[in-house]
Write a protein that binds this ligand. Structure first.
Ligand code: 5GP
Length: 359
């Protein structure tokens, strides 16, 4: 476990509001309870319940949305989430979030994203690098002996890029707005678009114009694909050829073959898939099949707060469940660099960190 924590890691599938610390979530819920905005007694057992079906998770997300509707809370959550990932040696974090519009709170999608950016600015435990032109601080690197017995120089630094999520409840117009916002924020670290939200809600045809537009404008696109067995949609998603897909759980044989032959990389979220009952158990997870075929994949957390997990823990359970050696896990972590949506210059820098870590 400690070894999985210590090695450098890349996180490619993390939802901001699903990654809220339990302690912060409870504190915020208690505050809202005291102000009569929510009934804490109704909410506490839901927050503390550890195993939830996918529909129950979406009920909880509605609660998260109530909790995260003011700008200062969004800023606080962002800061904490980045610090938490950095504290377990994530050197590159691709964080996704749905820009929210809430008139009653004076929140627009733009102001929501400003609050997120403020959170990134407020991180003080580690240096946050948001684009490849940002010059690094002059902090002296610390010399440490790592678990491979190598002496390495380490600076406290995390590269962060943002994906804007289109929620499946959104209209075409609203999805378009999200893509426009992503284009506007390109220089601030936004690199792509994600399609997420309750998989039984909404139609592929509603999101397609915005996703096509994103692709045409050079944004990277990843889709939550196959969380439910909607084969028609899965077919359309694979034909769209996104740069990555998340989950890929409920594919029938022909789509499974199509996924493999298309080599579309998969963001693997082990704990999430078991907790939300998208797969029956870890032993039955499609990770093993994809791994044996050397399909491009990255191990990710999805919602480390909601599922009480961490990226280190996901590596640990991948290693123990599928019998991967340390070398194999390390290569797996390193290979995730290639699947990220970051500029090539940063990819090279990240690969160098991996290479110097295990000489
Ligand atoms: P946010 O976008 O508010 O920062 O993060 C929470 C949101 O991410 C949820 O409301 C939901 O739309 C999306 N999300 C988080 N986890 C999952 C998941 O496992 N599947 C899908 N389809 N969407 C998710």
């Amino acid at each position: 476990r400690e070894w999985c924590r210590e090695i450098p890691k890349i996180e490619l599938h993390a939802h901001l509001n699903g990654s809220i610390r339990d302690s912060t979530l409870l504190e915020l819920a208690r505050g809202l309870g005291e102000n009569g905005i929510i009934v804490l007694e109704d909410v506490e057992p839901v927050i503390l319940k550890s195993s939830r079906t996918l529909p129950e998770c979406f009920e909880l997300f509605d609660l998260y949305h109530i909790i995260a509707t003011d700008h200062s809370t969004v800023t606080r959550i962002t800061k904490e989430v980045v610090e938490d990932f950095a504290s377990e040696n994530v050197i590159y974090l691709e964080l996704r979030t749905t820009p929210k519009h809430n008139e009653a709170k004076g929140m627009t999608k733009d102001s929501y994203m400003k609050a997120v950016m403020q959170g990134l600015n407020n991180v003080d435990e580690v240096e946050v690098v948001l684009n490849s032109t940002q010059t690094s601080s002059n902090e002296e690197p610390e010399t440490v002996i790592n678990s491979f017995g190598n002496e390495i120089k380490q600076t406290r630094k995390i590269h962060v890029r943002i994906l804007l999520s289109i929620d499946r409840r959104q209209t075409t117009e609203s999805a378009m707005e999200t893509v426009d916002l992503a284009l506007k924020l390109r220089d601030s670290g936004v690199v792509g678009i994600d399609l997420s939200g309750n998989p039984v809600v909404g139609q592929w045809s509603t999101f397609l114009p915005a996703l096509k537009y994103a692709k045409e404008q050079g944004l990277s696109v990843t889709l939550h694909c196959g969380e439910v067995p909607n084969q028609e949609e899965i077919q359309a998603m694979l034909e769209f050829q996104p740069e990555r897909v998340g989950h890929a759980c409920c594919l029938d044989d022909s789509h499974w073959k199509l996924l493999k032959s298309s080599k579309i990389p998969v963001e693997i979220c082990l704990t999430s898939n078991v907790r939300t009952e998208c797969v029956s158990s870890l032993d039955d997870h499609h990770f093993a099949d994809l791994y044996n075929e050397m399909h491009p994949m990255a191990i990710c957390t999805d919602d480390c707060g909601l599922f009480s997990t961490s990226l280190s823990h996901e590596y640990y359970i991948a290693g123990t469940t599928f019998g991967l050696s340390r070398d194999e896990l390390y290569d797996f972590a390193k290979n995730a660099v290639k699947l990220s949506f970051v500029e090539d210059k940063v990819k090279k820098e990240l690969l160098k960190i991996f290479d110097s870590y295990k000489r």
